[in-house]
Design a protein around this ligand. Structure first.
Ligand code: 13P
Ligand code: SF4
Length: 300
């Protein structure tokens, strides 16, 4: 199947993008693996005719909005993100009115209609820089309360209002689990994703996106790392380091949606050109500007 995927890819001038949380078999065959910011940038710049996005729906939608003329495929049609579904366009507009018209910053983990009513998007890699870049002081941050709180802690001169959303995978990390791991591995450095709860973030040596965590563990002069994010990052960490040990908080931290894509789904996606991302034209046009602003802002 892998060699057939290679053939189909060439025939169709397709590029395969995979997030770090995807199954190892998918990361192995992808042309690019990355965090959500890197993959959005690649989707914007690629000269392929077709983008097969092995990730979740909001990522493929973002790719489509940035490259509207390309065919963007999501190999599993219901690979969604529960956090993205925690904010609707109507609820965001209502909250915006209640708060007296703040600037809406939406995490890229949102559905396209929410992006279409946002002023700017961000990823976990550049959220602090995005909020810092704004001239306005009043901000509604949607939908992740943990990432929003992290931004608030780092941008003290702005009023940041939080939404009540969260990632079901990261939200489960507890300080107790982290402390137990620290007892077992007292020399380990702790690197966590900002979607983690505050108690876990506060006990970390490093907070950053999936790429940020990987870079930190690759470059930090330590042999052991406690990692607070989805276990898919272990593939890249093990591939690129030798003699380093990694321990995931919560033992098996899995995003079920990222794990839905199997090699046969990727093969079928390329062969049958499914499942194509199509979006309402007006939503795409309105969501373009906030996403374009996002990809122009540097990671921390
Ligand atoms: P990154 O922005 O670090 O890739 O994370 C995306 C995500 O969905 C985290 O749960
Ligand atoms: Fe969404 Fe969490 Fe999965 Fe990331 S890990 S895609 S935020 S459910």
């Amino acid at each position: 199947m892998k060699s057939e995927i290679e053939v189909l890819k060439k025939q169709k001038n397709a590029v395969i993008l995979a997030h770090y949380y995807e199954r190892s078999e998918i990361q192995e065959i992808a042309d690019f693996i990355g965090d959500s910011l890197a993959l959005a940038q690649i989707a914007k710049d690629t000269d392929a005719d077709m983008i097969v996005f092995c990730g979740v729906k909001f990522m493929a939608e973002t790719a489509k909005i940035l490259s509207p003329k390309k065919k963007v495929l999501l190999p599993v049609f219901d690979a969604g993100c529960p956090m993205a579904d925690m904010a609707t366009k109507e609820a965001v507009l209502k909250k915006k009115e209640e708060l007296g018209n703040p600037v809406v910053v939406s995490y890229v983990n949102t559905n396209a209609d929410v992006k279409s009513v946002s002023d700017i998007c961000c990823t976990s890699a550049n959220a602090v820089n995005v909020v810092q870049s704004l001239k306005e002081d009043k901000i509604l941050f949607v939908p992740d309360k943990n990432l929003g709180e992290y931004v608030k802690e780092n941008v003290k001169d702005k009023d940041v209002y939080l939404w009540d959303g969260y990632c079901p995978t990261h939200e489960l990390f507890s300080l107790k689990e982290l402390e137990n791991l620290k007892k077992e591995h007292p020399n380990a450095r702790v690197a966590v994703h900002p979607e983690s709860p505050k108690a876990v973030r506060d006990a970390a040596d490093f907070i950053g996106s999936t790429s940020g965590i990987i870079n930190y563990a690759q470059n930090e002069d330590a042999d052991e790392f406690i990692i607070g994010t989805e276990e898919g990052v272990l593939f890249e960490l093990k591939r690129t380091t030798t003699d380093k040990q990694f321990y995931i908080i919560g033992k098996s931290s899995i995003c079920e949606n990222m794990k839905k894509t199997k090699i046969e789904d990727l093969y079928n996606a390329l062969k049958l050109e499914r499942y194509e991302i199509t979006l309402d034209r007006e939503i795409m046009e309105k969501a373009y500007e906030p996403i374009k602003r996002m990809v122009e802002i540097k990671r921390v």
